[in-house]
Design a protein around this ligand. Structure first.
Ligand code: FE
Ligand code: CA
Length: 448
């Protein structure tokens, strides 16, 4: 067999931290954008060695093993590591056929009695064509304990025949919208060749929740919104989520139509993070579907953590718009579902969201919401000042690309809004646009 070319072109990642374990990820791809063979890889299984160490130089390797990279799963590797110490930093790498991967840093979650403060970076909406992933470079430099990605990790669109000048910063190869497994795989490969995205994955474990563009713009439940049949759409959605799994450090592999993304991640006594899927189970005016709604209600009621945090894609607080009617692709379109969430939450509820490509902070009866801006995706024309005047419960707007830094402790929950001035070229510095503290389910500025 000919020696394999360098296969770690898409970097390494870790995710789903628990108090005793984490998922390690990589994907072998010698030619990530190959037109017919996924990743340009031979059609055979490779045995990939993994190592986990206490130090970045790997002088104290504490676990190692091998994991199969199978053609059926695009030669992705998912290693479930367990038996680790809580709230501890580790380093990992992979090797195969004489090649060694870059090194990743990860961190386990705190144990159930921990009161240690937690630092989370929150991002969403990284449309490749719209610019450079400078935001993710800054996220990597923050060295957070964990990163939350709240949807639109990739966008399915093809390259338009006549892109508008200045609006198409980094061209895609594909002219067709992604609809097949092969197309989605190439789209993830295109994104994951980006060094800033690789750096952010290598810097901390991620917990991710897809939104619509991982499949198709504004899809809802089993309604594709493009006139295609339900069975054709289900096939497409399964292909899209299979590719999502193949490219991210997820704990659970999708089986057939079973693609459950909603889940709970406890971080000691400080925070319960509930990741909610506001896309896949929609039916009529029901945002979450019966099973997920029951799960969330039970989880919120049972939570004894200082902060109950719902992390999901869509704008949660009510909004009035100066001209247009309220968005139906947000919680305003699902008032009964929102009321059920609020009724189940006792104590301080915090919602983290994304999707709208601008940064917002707001209050709603019973809690506060922090909306992260996009990594690159261009926002709609939004008059932030008019929106704030019309919605006194919304306290902050910023129209730049950026991310959130959340610090949660037993007494304080603070959020810093980080922003960059431009993404049409690399290298924008980061600034802090605002800071907030949660006090009795209200927002208090920390930076004025
Ligand atoms: Fe988006
Ligand atoms: Ca979205």
């Amino acid at each position: 067999m000919a020696k394999l070319g360098f296969p770690f072109t898409l970097g390494v990642a870790s995710g789903e931290p628990s108090a005793d374990g984490v998922i390690l990820w990589t994907r072998l791809a010698v030619e990530p954008l190959h037109g017919s063979k996924p990743g340009g890889m031979p059609n055979q299984v490779f045995s990939v060695k993994w190592e986990l160490a206490e130090d970045a130089e790997f002088t104290r390797v504490i676990q190692s093993g091998t994991a199969p990279a199978q053609p059926d799963w695009a030669h992705s590797v998912h290693v479930r590591v367990s038996g680790l110490r809580a709230w501890t930093e580790y380093f990992y790498r992979f090797s195969v056929d004489g090649h060694t991967s870059p090194v990743g840093r990860t961190k386990t979650a705190p144990g159930p009695d921990s009161t240690e403060p937690i630092k989370v970076a929150v991002v969403s909406c990284q449309r490749y064509e719209h610019g450079f992933f400078t935001v993710l470079k800054h996220v990597a430099e923050e060295r957070p304990d964990v990163v939350f990605h709240l949807g639109d990790y990739v966008y399915e669109y093809g390259k338009p025949a006549n892109p508008q000048p200045g609006r198409y910063i980094r061209p895609l190869e594909a002219t067709e919208e992604c609809k097949t497994l092969a197309a989605y795989r190439r789209r993830y490969a295109r994104y994951q060749l980006d060094k800033d995205l690789q750096a952010a994955h290598a810097a901390a474990p991620w917990i991710t929740m897809p939104d619509d563009h991982e499949v198709r713009d504004n899809y809802a439940g089993l309604l594709p919104g493009d006139g295609s049949s339900q069975s054709a759409f289900l096939k497409r959605r399964n292909a899209a989520y299979k590719a999502y799994y193949e490219h991210l450090p997820l704990r659970v592999r999708p089986v057939g139509n079973n693609l459950q993304f909603y889940r709970w991640r406890p971080y000691g006594k400080v925070a319960d993070f509930m990741f909610v899927d506001a896309r896949q189970y929609r039916k009529g005016k029901d945002m979450l579907g019966v099973e997920q709604q029951e799960w969330l209600t039970a989880r919120l009621r049972a939570s004894t953590a200082r902060w109950k945090v719902i992390a999901q894609a869509l704008f949660f607080a009510p909004r009035k718009f100066p001209l247009e009617p309220p968005s139906t692709d947000a919680w305003d379109g699902f008032p009964d579902s929102r009321a059920k969430v609020l009724a189940a939450a006792t104590g301080d509820l915090v919602v983290l969201s994304g999707d709208v490509h601008n940064a917002w902070a707001g209050e709603f009866g019973g809690g506060v919401e922090f909306v992260t801006s996009s990594v690159t995706s261009r926002p709609p024309a939004t008059d932030g000042t008019a929106m704030l005047a019309l919605n006194p419960h919304l306290k902050f707007f910023d129209g730049r690309r950026g991310y959130l830094v959340v610090t949660a402790g037993m007494s304080d929950f603070t959020v810093d809004y980080r922003a960059v001035e431009f993404v049409d070229q690399p290298g924008a510095p980061v600034v802090t646009a605002a800071g907030f503290r949660v006090v009795d389910s209200k927002l208090q500025r920390t930076d004025l």
